[in-house]
Design a protein around this ligand. Sequence first.
Ligand SMILES: [Zn+2]
Length: 94
Amino acid sequence: METPTTPDGGQVCQSCGMPMTKLEDFGTNMDGSPSHEYCRFCFQKGEFTAKMEMPEYIEMQTKIAVEKLGIPEDKARAMAKKTIPNLKRWKKEI
Ligand SMILES: [Zn+2]
């Protein structure tokens, strides 16, 4: 098997956990080719857009989920804490 997939068969960003279904959802490598591991919000031209530690990142994702998706803050934080540490980008820091 190649990259991890969501139950519906789509790929998930290994930085934020966002499902990536369309080519536009994928980030870009240094040479401009699409990244198959990270989404466009996290990874541009071979670099992470948000260079921060995991706890800070979890807080950022929590705020985004509250603002964009209208999820209650405690629920959003619990989700982020469950998802993010299992993604490839963050695993090495545990
Ligand atoms: Zn992402």
